[in-house]
Design a protein around this ligand. Structure first.
Ligand code: B16
Ligand code: MG
Length: 230
Protein backbone atom coordinates (compact mmCIF):
# COMPACT_ATOMS: atom_id res chain seq x y z
CA UNK A 1 0.00 0.00 0.00
CA UNK A 2 1.35 3.42 -0.94
CA UNK A 3 0.45 6.40 1.21
CA UNK A 4 -0.61 9.57 -0.59
CA UNK A 5 1.50 12.49 0.65
CA UNK A 6 0.73 15.13 -1.98
CA UNK A 7 -2.26 16.17 -4.08
CA UNK A 8 -1.93 17.83 -7.50
CA UNK A 9 -4.95 19.80 -8.68
CA UNK A 10 -5.79 20.58 -12.27
CA UNK A 11 -6.95 24.22 -12.50
CA UNK A 12 -9.61 24.79 -15.18
CA UNK A 13 -12.68 22.70 -14.31
CA UNK A 14 -11.37 21.55 -10.90
CA UNK A 15 -10.48 24.68 -8.91
CA UNK A 16 -12.40 27.20 -11.02
CA UNK A 17 -14.87 27.01 -13.89
CA UNK A 18 -12.84 28.87 -16.51
CA UNK A 19 -13.76 26.04 -18.91
CA UNK A 20 -16.95 27.98 -19.77
CA UNK A 21 -14.86 31.06 -20.68
CA UNK A 22 -12.62 28.87 -22.89
CA UNK A 23 -15.76 27.66 -24.68
CA UNK A 24 -17.12 31.17 -25.19
CA UNK A 25 -13.79 32.47 -26.53
CA UNK A 26 -13.29 29.54 -28.95
CA UNK A 27 -16.95 29.80 -30.01
CA UNK A 28 -16.53 33.47 -30.92
CA UNK A 29 -13.38 32.72 -32.93
CA UNK A 30 -14.98 29.72 -34.68
CA UNK A 31 -18.08 31.77 -35.56
CA UNK A 32 -15.89 34.52 -37.02
CA UNK A 33 -14.15 31.90 -39.18
CA UNK A 34 -17.44 30.11 -39.97
CA UNK A 35 -16.15 26.85 -38.49
CA UNK A 36 -18.75 24.57 -36.83
CA UNK A 37 -18.08 24.37 -33.07
CA UNK A 38 -20.35 23.26 -30.23
CA UNK A 39 -20.10 22.08 -26.63
CA UNK A 40 -19.34 18.50 -27.71
CA UNK A 41 -16.38 19.79 -29.74
CA UNK A 42 -15.36 21.86 -26.71
CA UNK A 43 -15.19 18.75 -24.49
CA UNK A 44 -12.33 17.50 -26.67
CA UNK A 45 -10.30 20.60 -25.72
CA UNK A 46 -10.32 20.04 -21.95
CA UNK A 47 -6.79 19.88 -20.58
CA UNK A 48 -5.33 20.29 -24.09
CA UNK A 49 -2.93 23.17 -24.87
CA UNK A 50 -4.06 26.28 -26.77
CA UNK A 51 -2.34 25.41 -30.09
CA UNK A 52 -3.48 21.77 -29.93
CA UNK A 53 -7.03 22.99 -29.17
CA UNK A 54 -6.89 25.19 -32.28
CA UNK A 55 -5.68 22.23 -34.38
CA UNK A 56 -8.70 20.20 -33.18
CA UNK A 57 -11.09 23.07 -34.04
CA UNK A 58 -9.54 23.49 -37.49
CA UNK A 59 -10.24 19.83 -38.31
CA UNK A 60 -13.79 21.03 -39.14
CA UNK A 61 -12.62 23.92 -41.31
CA UNK A 62 -13.02 23.78 -45.08
CA UNK A 63 -9.77 25.69 -45.68
CA UNK A 64 -6.18 25.41 -44.51
CA UNK A 65 -4.39 28.05 -42.45
CA UNK A 66 -0.73 29.06 -42.50
CA UNK A 67 1.38 28.84 -39.33
CA UNK A 68 1.25 32.65 -39.04
CA UNK A 69 -2.56 32.65 -39.35
CA UNK A 70 -2.81 29.98 -36.66
CA UNK A 71 -0.60 32.01 -34.30
CA UNK A 72 -2.82 35.03 -34.93
CA UNK A 73 -6.01 33.05 -34.28
CA UNK A 74 -4.63 31.59 -31.04
CA UNK A 75 -3.61 35.08 -29.89
CA UNK A 76 -7.07 36.42 -30.77
CA UNK A 77 -8.77 33.61 -28.82
CA UNK A 78 -6.53 34.35 -25.84
CA UNK A 79 -7.40 38.08 -26.01
CA UNK A 80 -11.13 37.24 -25.90
CA UNK A 81 -10.51 34.74 -23.07
CA UNK A 82 -8.43 37.23 -21.03
CA UNK A 83 -11.20 39.81 -21.42
CA UNK A 84 -13.72 37.29 -20.04
CA UNK A 85 -11.34 36.47 -17.15
CA UNK A 86 -11.58 40.08 -15.95
CA UNK A 87 -14.88 39.14 -14.27
CA UNK A 88 -13.20 36.35 -12.23
CA UNK A 89 -13.21 36.64 -8.40
CA UNK A 90 -12.85 34.38 -5.31
CA UNK A 91 -16.62 33.72 -5.63
CA UNK A 92 -15.80 31.62 -8.72
CA UNK A 93 -13.82 28.99 -6.77
CA UNK A 94 -15.76 25.74 -7.31
CA UNK A 95 -17.78 24.04 -4.52
CA UNK A 96 -15.74 22.06 -2.00
CA UNK A 97 -12.35 23.42 -3.11
CA UNK A 98 -11.62 25.75 -0.18
CA UNK A 99 -12.56 23.20 2.50
CA UNK A 100 -10.60 20.46 0.69
CA UNK A 101 -7.43 22.57 0.50
CA UNK A 102 -7.78 23.51 4.16
CA UNK A 103 -8.33 19.89 5.25
CA UNK A 104 -5.27 18.74 3.27
CA UNK A 105 -3.16 21.49 4.84
CA UNK A 106 -4.32 20.44 8.33
CA UNK A 107 -3.13 16.91 7.54
CA UNK A 108 0.30 18.26 6.57
CA UNK A 109 -0.14 17.27 2.93
CA UNK A 110 1.65 19.10 0.12
CA UNK A 111 -0.58 20.59 -2.58
CA UNK A 112 0.21 21.72 -6.12
CA UNK A 113 -1.37 22.93 -9.34
CA UNK A 114 -0.74 20.96 -12.54
CA UNK A 115 -2.38 22.84 -15.41
CA UNK A 116 -1.94 23.07 -19.19
CA UNK A 117 -2.91 26.75 -19.06
CA UNK A 118 -0.45 29.57 -19.69
CA UNK A 119 -2.90 31.84 -17.83
CA UNK A 120 -2.73 29.93 -14.53
CA UNK A 121 -0.85 32.71 -12.69
CA UNK A 122 -3.38 35.50 -13.34
CA UNK A 123 -6.29 33.10 -12.71
CA UNK A 124 -4.90 32.07 -9.29
CA UNK A 125 -4.37 35.76 -8.45
CA UNK A 126 -7.96 36.64 -9.45
CA UNK A 127 -9.51 33.88 -7.31
CA UNK A 128 -7.30 34.61 -4.28
CA UNK A 129 -5.33 31.32 -4.32
CA UNK A 130 -1.96 32.56 -5.60
CA UNK A 131 -0.11 31.89 -2.34
CA UNK A 132 -1.80 28.67 -1.30
CA UNK A 133 0.07 25.98 -3.26
CA UNK A 134 3.52 24.49 -2.61
CA UNK A 135 4.12 24.33 -6.36
CA UNK A 136 2.40 25.72 -9.44
CA UNK A 137 3.31 24.00 -12.71
CA UNK A 138 1.47 25.25 -15.78
CA UNK A 139 1.62 25.57 -19.57
CA UNK A 140 4.58 27.96 -19.31
CA UNK A 141 6.78 25.27 -17.73
CA UNK A 142 6.17 22.29 -20.00
CA UNK A 143 6.81 21.38 -23.62
CA UNK A 144 4.22 18.58 -23.94
CA UNK A 145 0.64 19.03 -22.76
CA UNK A 146 -1.74 16.42 -21.28
CA UNK A 147 -2.18 13.48 -21.92
CA UNK A 148 1.63 13.61 -21.62
CA UNK A 149 2.58 13.18 -17.92
CA UNK A 150 5.18 15.99 -17.95
CA UNK A 151 3.12 18.55 -16.00
CA UNK A 152 2.33 16.15 -13.14
CA UNK A 153 5.83 14.68 -12.98
CA UNK A 154 7.27 18.17 -12.69
CA UNK A 155 4.77 19.12 -9.95
CA UNK A 156 5.68 15.96 -7.98
CA UNK A 157 9.38 16.68 -8.43
CA UNK A 158 8.96 20.27 -7.21
CA UNK A 159 7.17 19.01 -4.08
CA UNK A 160 9.81 16.33 -3.55
CA UNK A 161 7.59 13.25 -3.73
CA UNK A 162 7.71 10.16 -5.98
CA UNK A 163 4.76 9.65 -8.35
CA UNK A 164 3.23 6.84 -6.33
CA UNK A 165 2.78 9.16 -3.34
CA UNK A 166 0.82 11.69 -5.43
CA UNK A 167 -2.87 11.86 -6.23
CA UNK A 168 -4.13 14.04 -9.11
CA UNK A 169 -7.59 15.66 -9.23
CA UNK A 170 -8.70 16.07 -12.86
CA UNK A 171 -11.80 17.00 -14.90
CA UNK A 172 -10.43 16.08 -18.35
CA UNK A 173 -9.98 12.64 -19.92
CA UNK A 174 -6.58 13.84 -21.22
CA UNK A 175 -5.65 14.79 -17.65
CA UNK A 176 -6.73 11.45 -16.20
CA UNK A 177 -4.58 9.71 -18.81
CA UNK A 178 -1.66 12.03 -18.01
CA UNK A 179 -1.89 11.23 -14.29
CA UNK A 180 -2.00 7.48 -14.95
CA UNK A 181 0.93 7.77 -17.37
CA UNK A 182 2.85 9.51 -14.57
CA UNK A 183 2.13 6.51 -12.31
CA UNK A 184 -0.14 8.52 -9.99
CA UNK A 185 -3.55 7.84 -8.49
CA UNK A 186 -6.31 10.01 -9.92
CA UNK A 187 -9.62 11.34 -8.66
CA UNK A 188 -11.81 12.11 -11.71
CA UNK A 189 -14.36 14.91 -11.27
CA UNK A 190 -16.69 16.95 -13.50
CA UNK A 191 -16.54 15.85 -17.14
CA UNK A 192 -14.17 13.00 -16.28
CA UNK A 193 -16.45 11.68 -13.48
CA UNK A 194 -16.76 7.92 -14.02
CA UNK A 195 -13.68 7.66 -16.25
CA UNK A 196 -13.16 3.87 -16.50
CA UNK A 197 -9.47 4.03 -15.57
CA UNK A 198 -9.64 6.63 -12.80
CA UNK A 199 -8.69 5.44 -9.33
CA UNK A 200 -11.93 6.94 -8.06
CA UNK A 201 -14.59 9.41 -9.18
CA UNK A 202 -16.84 12.11 -7.79
CA UNK A 203 -19.18 14.74 -9.20
CA UNK A 204 -16.98 17.46 -7.65
CA UNK A 205 -14.91 18.19 -4.54
CA UNK A 206 -18.05 19.00 -2.53
CA UNK A 207 -19.20 15.38 -2.87
CA UNK A 208 -16.07 13.66 -1.55
CA UNK A 209 -13.92 14.25 1.53
CA UNK A 210 -10.12 14.01 1.78
CA UNK A 211 -10.69 11.05 4.14
CA UNK A 212 -12.38 9.25 1.24
CA UNK A 213 -9.99 10.12 -1.57
CA UNK A 214 -6.80 9.74 0.44
CA UNK A 215 -7.77 6.09 0.76
CA UNK A 216 -6.85 5.88 -2.93
CA UNK A 217 -3.47 4.64 -1.81
CA UNK A 218 -3.29 1.88 -4.37
CA UNK A 219 -0.93 2.31 -7.30
CA UNK A 220 -2.87 2.54 -10.59
CA UNK A 221 -0.52 -0.07 -11.99
CA UNK A 222 -1.55 -2.66 -9.42
CA UNK A 223 -4.14 -5.12 -10.69
CA UNK A 224 -6.32 -4.56 -7.66
CA UNK A 225 -6.98 -0.92 -8.60
CA UNK A 226 -9.63 0.61 -6.36
CA UNK A 227 -12.46 1.90 -8.51
CA UNK A 228 -14.98 3.63 -6.32
CA UNK A 229 -17.71 5.91 -7.64
CA UNK A 230 -18.97 8.28 -4.99
P1 B16 B 1 -4.48 28.58 -22.06
P2 B16 B 1 -6.23 22.82 -17.26
C1 B16 B 1 -6.34 23.82 -19.74
O1 B16 B 1 -6.28 24.02 -18.37
C2 B16 B 1 -7.77 23.89 -20.24
O2 B16 B 1 -8.54 22.80 -19.72
C3 B16 B 1 -7.80 23.83 -21.73
O3 B16 B 1 -9.12 23.95 -22.20
C4 B16 B 1 -6.92 24.95 -22.30
O4 B16 B 1 -6.87 24.87 -23.72
C5 B16 B 1 -5.51 24.83 -21.73
O5 B16 B 1 -5.57 24.88 -20.32
C6 B16 B 1 -4.61 25.95 -22.22
O6 B16 B 1 -5.07 27.14 -21.67
O7 B16 B 1 -5.03 28.95 -23.39
O8 B16 B 1 -5.00 29.47 -20.93
O9 B16 B 1 -2.98 28.46 -22.04
O10 B16 B 1 -7.57 22.17 -17.32
O11 B16 B 1 -5.06 21.93 -17.64
O12 B16 B 1 -6.00 23.59 -15.98
MG1 MG C 1 -9.17 20.92 -16.46
Amino acid sequence: MKKIKAVIFDLDGVIVSTDEYHFQAWKQLADEERIPFDRNDNDRLRGVSRMESLAIILQKSSRTYSAAEKQKMAARKNDIYRELLKGLSPADVLPGVTSTLQALRERGMKIAIGSSSKNAGPILQAIGLADVFDAVVDGNHISRSKPDPEVFRLAAQRMGFPSEQCLVVEDADAGVEAALAAGMSVLAVGSANGHPHATLSSQDLAHITPDEFLLANVSPTEESRASITI
